[in-house]
Write a protein that binds this ligand. Sequence first.
Ligand SMILES: Nc1ncnc2c1ncn2[C@@H]1O[C@H](COP(=O)(O)OP(=O)(O)OP(=O)(O)O)[C@@H](O)[C@H]1O
Length: 280
Amino acid sequence: MPTDLVPGASGAAPTPSPVTADVVVDLAGVSVLRSGTRLLDTVDWRVELDERWVVLGPNGAGKTTLLNLAAARLHPTTGVAHVLGERIGRTDIAELRTRIGLSTAALAERIPADEPVSDVVLTAAWSVVGRWRERYDAMDAARAVALLDQLGVGSLADRTYGTLSEGERKRVQIARALMTDPELLLLDEPAAGLDLGGREDLVARLAELAYDPDAPALVLVTHHVEEIPPGFTHALLLRDGRIVAQGLLDDTLTGENLTETFGLPLVVQRHGDRYTARAA
Ligand SMILES: Nc1ncnc2c1ncn2[C@@H]1O[C@H](COP(=O)(O)OP(=O)(O)OP(=O)(O)O)[C@@H](O)[C@H]1O
């Protein structure tokens, strides 16, 4: 669900960060209030460069709000948020955003149906949607094609975005989010609306990214434990804007924690490097 977005660059001088270079997201006592509602309530969360996080919670738990904070698209109402070493509210947000890859349904809706797929990825270099008169160099074009290949949709580069299936679009969106070689990649429900084959294909692609030591820090928002790709290391469980549990994936993804998070008795099973959950 949409939350209020912050305007562009604040113009304030960058603030030296107290956090180390390996910490990409650092929220300390962060709350977000809108119209008297507490969307996030005193959240403490730290993401390091080599970590791959899944954020789970029911509808309205605050997952998208948390992702928008990590994407520097939202200010905390109270508390302190650092992203990539910059304090949100005291830094040039426009510059910071180029270092963050973001894929959300709201951004995807802005992609024109008649846009060539290669341009959907390429235009991320300019942080625009829809190619106009920007000039791109050959290296950018080659990178866009390489990313489409990496996501298994290289053969679709010359098609228009509107002709793609939902699963193909999701993969193109992730290629786009990777275009600027971000230090942090944020994916909001990337498997939403996919059939079983599409979901499994996407999970496998995300597992490849998760295991890639050169990949950015990853944060994936989902409602379903079945969508957690192998290679993910940590989980954060949210309910009503509060953290129910967070930490290493195996320790956090327990029946007890999921029961509290979703408000119904649940059991979790691990099958190799995948998880399932069902009513107890
Ligand atoms: N601008 C706003 N004003 C008031 N309430 C808002 C605003 N934006 C979001 N909310 C509310 O904040 C809560 C958290 O929203 P958020 O989109 O972060 O949840 P979510 O966990 O991503 O939900 P979903 O899984 O349904 O996408 C919801 O109850 C939503 O209605």
